[in-house]
Design a protein around this ligand. Structure first.
Ligand SMILES: O=P(O)(O)OC[C@H]1O[C@](O)(CO)[C@@H](O)[C@@H]1O
Length: 524
């Protein structure tokens, strides 16, 4: 099957079979129960868990059985998933709304000069661009005059590098100048940071694929104004840009530009020059290790049989939970302090990619797509919202992420942390019967457990690539274009209209609520 003619999940023969099978999972006494499933099958853990590069995954505590798994695999095959995956990995224009590829995997593919293939020149270009970016990063690290680096960007130009830099700092894999991140259009964020810096020893990296994002331009202008007021004179040396739009960066006064390709989507751009601040934080060797870890996961995704293809298995589980069990949210609980921004990163990756109500042809979908992703680092979450997960009226699948080796020497404390992650997953599943209502835990609540041996650049690269491919896979089967984001545009247009009205007080044509609020907010 050609990827362009692929089927949507609800057009397959597997779809109604899955609907019928899901009815046996309804929440009553005769329905599927995890405790019974484990009691009746001593191989359940082995069959619903697997290794992938750098990641071990246990899916066995989910509300899924062999028949559901088989039907979901049938659904993937019927949809033409393999052809679509091939198109992703070979740079076909799968972002059909914008007629371009989504070829982030190329950014982490090792390049051996002299390979003669049809796409040699783009591969050579990618390798040269990476080398240029990493040379610059290493030079910044070696320059004792630069003590602080500030990444100014938002969305994909912030979330990935910020989360990865934070994770690897906690893991002890960063060094060199202090790296800061400013994203928020709210001027409080940059205003809080700037007074702690010195113009002469600060490098600003302005990251914007379009170089047209209002928040980023506002923060970049504020930074330049502060830089000049603090005695800085050489804007060209202290401001560099990462963008597709080199002319707009030039107009801003930035001459050193690291360009990216239009086929690198914002939320998939960490691997490109968008990761410059991260490369400064960990050096070229660390950045290359991150790419190598992601590439290992790419290879797994490309070559592992569908039955043991971890990104696909997780995507099929998402579809099963979302479309057949009616579970519309997923809690991510990383039991690693470094991964505390992972839920925020995943919110963009998953919800901006797959939060769509129409398919790639613009036809309305009659089934739910991306679940709401939310979460907090363990064990903090246990003392906040886990109450709801254990005893709330609804069911929310939880995704635990644990790292076996800590980067600190508090071994006993780490064992306690791991015990807590295991305990939460087990408690959700086994529950506890009690005649006293508020002590009763229903149990049979699903969770997935992802386990890394240690946190280092390669493991993190693999984990993030795993999530990227999972999102591609579920989006592919839902029939949607995971690489556009038209849903962010309307609010931007309305904000552009409202901004001058806050000063003028003009409320013509506005609804009464917006007009009333505008009058209260205006004039400051
Ligand atoms: O890198 P840019 O062009 O500033 O865009 C930032 C972010 O804004 C969005 O376009 C959404 O508004 C994201 O997709 C993107 O990651």
């Amino acid at each position: 099957m050609n990827w362009k003619n692929r089927l949507r999940c609800d057009e397959t023969a597997a779809w109604p079979l899955l609907q019928a099978h899901a009815r046996t999972f309804r929440q009553d006494a005769s329905s599927f129960d995890l405790r019974t499933a484990f009691a009746e099958d001593d191989q359940r853990f082995e069959r619903f868990s697997q290794d992938a590069p750098y990641v071990f995954a246990d899916l066995s505590k989910n509300l899924i059985d062999d028949r559901a798994q088989q039907l979901l695999l049938q659904l993937a095959r019927e949809c033409g998933f393999e052809a679509h995956r091939e198109a992703l990995l070979t740079g076909e224009p799968i972002n059909t709304a914008e007629q371009r590829a989504a070829w982030h995997t190329l950014l982490r593919e090792p390049y051996a000069p002299g390979q003669e293939t049809a796409s040699t020149s783009i591969r050579a270009e990618v390798a040269a661009s990476l080398a240029d970016m990493l040379n610059f990063a290493d030079a910044v690290r070696a320059d004792s005059r630069i003590t602080d680096v500030v990444n100014i960007g938002i969305g994909g130009s912030d979330l990935g590098p910020r989360m990865a830099a934070q994770t690897l700092r906690t893991a002890g894999a960063t060094s060199g100048p202090r790296v800061h991140f400013v994203a928020n259009g709210d001027g409080h964020e940059i205003s809080e940071l700037l007074p702690s810096l010195k113009a002469a020893s600060t490098l600003f990296i302005v990251v914007s694929k379009t170089f047209g994002t209002a928040e980023t331009l506002a923060n970049a202008k504020a930074a330049r104004q502060w830089f000049l007021a603090d005695g800085g004179s050489d804007v060209a040396r202290h401001f560099v840009g990462v963008t597709c739009n080199t002319s707009a960066a030039g107009e801003f006064g930035i001459s050193r530009v690291f360009s990216i390709w239009d086929w690198v989507g914002g939320r998939y751009s960490l691997w490109s020059a968008v990761g410059l601040s991260l490369a400064v934080a960990m050096g070229s060797a660390g950045f290359r290790a991150l790419l190598a870890g992601a590439h290992a996961m790419d290879q797994h995704f490309a070559n592992a049989p569908l039955e043991t293809n971890l990104p696909l298995r997780l995507a099929l589980l998402d579809i099963w939970q979302c479309d057949f069990l009616g579970l519309s949210s997923r809690c991510v609980a990383p039991y690693h302090h470094g991964l505390r921004r992972l839920p925020a990163y995943l919110q963009q990756l998953e919800m901006e990619s797959n939060g769509k109500g129409v398919d790639a042809h613009g036809r309305r979908l009659a089934f739910p797509t991306a679940p709401v992703v939310w979460g907090e680092a363990g064990s903090n979450g246990q003392h906040a919202f886990f109450q709801l997960l254990h005893q709330g009226p609804g069911v929310t699948p939880v995704e635990f992420i644990a790292v076996r080796e800590p980067a600190h020497s508090l071994q006993a404390q780490h064992r306690t942390l791991l015990a807590n992650a295991l305990a939460q997953a087990r408690a959700l599943m086994i529950g506890q019967s009690s005649d006293c209502g508020h002590r009763h835990f229903p149990g049979n609540r699903p969770s997935t457990f992802l386990l890394l041996e240690r946190m280092d650049p390669a493991s993190l690269g693999a984990l993030l690539a795993l999530y990227e491919h999972r999102v591609f896979s579920s989006g592919s089967l839902w029939g949607i274009n995971s690489f556009d984001q038209w849903g962010v545009e309307l609010g931007k247009t309305i904000a552009t209209d409202l901004a001058p009205r806050l000063t003028s007080g003009d409320t013509a044509g506005l609804d009464a609520s917006t007009a009333g609020l505008l009058k209260r907010l205006g004039g400051s």
